[in-house]
Ligand binder design. Structure first.
Ligand code: ADP
Ligand code: AMP
Length: 214
């Protein structure tokens, strides 16, 4: 099962992708997490990506596409995967399709987690991320047992630099200009499924499972 998560930054793609990955025992591949891990390790890729991420801009396609094509060709991805945060542009979607076509495969579902911009600002300002494992929480909607401490690994929680309100506004603009056109792209391919992302997390997941198990 090859699944793509679409939706604005903060729509809940990562939250749902994690649950999908657990339920169907497939890897959750988040390009944002890959970049953040590279930044933490101080790699060349991390240095290049950080400059774009801090401004709320997209990392150039040429730094993203090969990385994902390489990742999905690893052994743990042979039964499928859930891609979170990729593709984010039409050229990225085309690069993915071209890579899959070469091995006679295709994406099965593109799930759009639909949340209006007004809700997004609130979601992002309350999001807290673990500096150690990347786990994501929300101060109101998904709080940790102990404030500021990751439930999963005990790591410290932070507000991501790119979740500051000014950067979020830019990320939303970038989303509408560069990523939203993917909705038409996957509608055309007859694999787009939309879920109402304003519902609580459990209900959003139930709706997604309903889509995947028809
Ligand atoms: P994305 O991966 O799309 O950027 P996240 O999954 O990180 O988004 O979710 C953004 C924030 O909103 C997180 O703090 C998360 O805990 C919270 N969140 C996710 N889904 C919901 C939901 N259905 N209702 C309320 N808050 C949510
Ligand atoms: P995310 O964790 O998915 O919200 O991604 C955080 C940031 O990483 C984005 O704002 C972009 O700067 C960068 N990024 C992640 N995935 C991609 C992608 N597929 N293409 C370009 N930039 C990306």
């Amino acid at each position: 099962m090859k699944i793509i998560m679409l939706g604005a930054p903060g729509a809940g793609k990562g939250t749902q992708a994690k649950k999908i990955a657990e339920k169907y025992a497939i890897p959750h591949i988040s390009t944002g997490d890959i970049f953040r891990a590279n930044i933490k390790e101080g790699t060349e890729l991390g240095k290049k990506a950080k400059a774009y991420m801090d401004k709320g801009e997209l990392v150039p396609d040429e730094l993203v596409c090969d990385l994902v094509v390489d990742r999905i060709s690893q052994a743990d991805a042979k039964n499928g995967y859930v891609l979170d945060g990729f593709p984010r542009t039409i050229p990225q979607a085309e690069a993915l399709d071209a890579a899959l076509e070469k091995i006679n495969e295709k994406v099965d579902f593109a799930i759009d987690v639909d949340v209006p911009d007004d809700n997004i600002i609130n979601r992002m300002s309350g999001r807290r991320a673990c500096v150690s494992c990347g786990g994501t929480y929300h101060v109101e909607f998904n709080p940790t047992k102990v404030e500021g401490v990751c439930d999963a690994c005990g790591g410290k929680l932070i507000l991501r630099d790119d979740d500051q309100p000014e950067t979020v506004k830019n990320r939303l603009e970038v989303y509408h200009a560069q990523t939203q056109p993917l909705i038409a792209y996957y509608t055309e391919k007859n694999i787009l499924k939309t879920v109402d992302g304003t519902q609580d997390m459990a209900k959003v997941f139930t709706d997604i499972v309903g889509i995947l198990e028809v």
